[in-house]
Write a protein that binds this ligand. Sequence first.
Ligand SMILES: Cc1cc2nc3c(=O)[nH]c(=O)nc-3n(C[C@H](O)[C@H](O)[C@H](O)COP(=O)(O)OP(=O)(O)OC[C@H]3O[C@@H](n4cnc5c(N)ncnc54)[C@H](O)[C@@H]3O)c2cc1C
Length: 568
Amino acid sequence: MPYRAPAADYQFLLDHVVGFDKVAATERFAEATPDMVSAILDEAAKMSNEVLAPLNRNGDLHPAKLENGVVRTSPGFADGYKAIAEGGWIGMAASPEYGGMGLPFSIQNAVNEMMGGSCLALQLNPLMSQGQIEALEHHASDAIKDLYLPKLISGEWCGTMNLTEPQAGSDVGALKSKAEDNGDGTYAISGQKIYISWADNDFSENVCHLVLARLPDGVPGTKGISLFMVPKLIPDENGKPGVANSLKVVSLEHKMGLHGSPTAVMQYDGATGWLVGKPHGGMAAMFTMMNNARVGVGGQGIAVAEAAYQHALSYAQERKQGKAAEGETILGHADVRRMLAQMKADVFVARAIAAACAAAIDMQTATGAPEWTARAALLTPIAKAFGTDTGIEVAQQGIQVHGGMGFIEETGAAQYLRDVRVTAIYEGTNGIQAMDLVARKMMDGGEAAYALIDEIEAYAESCKATIPELAGPVFTAAETLRETTEWLVEQELNDRFAGAVSYLRMFARVLGAYYHLCAANAAGLDSARGRLATIYIQRLLPEHGSLADQARQGADDLYALKEEDLVA
Ligand SMILES: Cc1cc2nc3c(=O)[nH]c(=O)nc-3n(C[C@H](O)[C@H](O)[C@H](O)COP(=O)(O)OP(=O)(O)OC[C@H]3O[C@@H](n4cnc5c(N)ncnc54)[C@H](O)[C@@H]3O)c2cc1C
């Protein structure tokens, strides 16, 4: 069955679950009227379904190749990219001053998911550019903005992010790449970067690398890192791509999946770069890009989850096997029904969390109010980790629904799992996201978390009269989350870290219950959304209890188990 982008689901979420009306009511986003939003979602769905989805298999079967130092992309990717660029989909949320549409991030988030569900490997390219655009808008000099932003926004040039080095993965502060002042406003950048997504292509005029490197007086660790714009071709005096810079793609990785996305080892040999932001302020600038990309990568997980779900459902509607309790296909078996129901329920949760996070980012942009900044910051690691975990879990369940055919490559079910697996690793592993949630995002003593828990409880309370069977468990689960948060903020950091992944998942489970409750309340208990909410609250929400127990274990038992015990 061909992929169908979930435009209607986004419309429902924006209208009834995540409070997009608040965003549209701000002066900043006044142009995002319901008609306009609906037209954009429909148009993006059309392009995703008709232009991008047919490319997905090409990327898997014909990976990007390095030929004589030049990357050759998968068949059809150049045309797909052209459609994305010409449709204006790269610069949706970018500033109109530089050619962007200035739309809410909520809309970009929805469109990105649709593009990712149709062809994840290609969608990673504009995702990188979007992050770079945002980082430049916030941190670059006017000269860099004037030169690079219009090209990145139009898609004539592509953007990448270069953090990782062999000895510096999660620990970015360990990077060794160097930058030396050339004395003419430029810097000479030297070093090796690994795993660089879309480091080159054969369809854009130029590739703009944002590279983290250390100036000679940069202190060790993250505080001594600076950020540089290092283009593949150095723009000439007219802003056109000119001479080649001193950088090259050394090799492309052979990966488990996402084959259509070239992942490169990059070598910089005194390449010409321009400082972005302040000297030694690179991490602050890069964080702008990373936060954007984190929500985007969470969206990649949701995208694949949706596609894998649709694929599995379609198979289950056709495959006949055994005597089912209902109908003639395996969809009539209780266990297959359970798998599909849980997949659909979790896709909804992951999407709602991402949409709520995107709406908070928009409110932060539009109002500058600290409570929205705190809400966006709190939700970002949850959106990234739960979105990508859901991608992996749903893709693997999708294989299970297919039975043996799921293990056979031709069905495409396995590609979803292979492609999505990396999303829990890049842009900060999900373990690092969880640690961010329990440490940095709790530096306020839990205030942002409590504000959200208060909101959930108040909403559940308001639904108790109409749908008590759903509202009651949601309220109780929110109380457990509150107690767990109270316990957590009192602990030493390593005790928090030991329970971080469980805590993040518990948070997502409770948020999921809240958003399902909103959906059931809007659509009615006796509706598809009401029935799905009932399944979620009865079957998946209870997991929050055992997750709370795990979150509160502390680290002692983990260290009581010695390294020798693990080896024995
Ligand atoms: C396909 C692909 C594309 C990528 N694209 C890009 C890109 O475009 N640009 C870029 O710069 N990078 C990119 N990366 C790199 C990616 O961001 C890193 O792989 C990731 O940050 C993890 O770093 P690492 O691989 O060195 O793993 P490590 O940091 O070695 O981590 C190994 C394990 O240890 C855990 N761990 C590490 N430190 C801690 C800690 N302090 N506390 C607890 N646990 C910890 C991790 O969670 C993980 O489970 C890409 C990677 C891949 C595979």
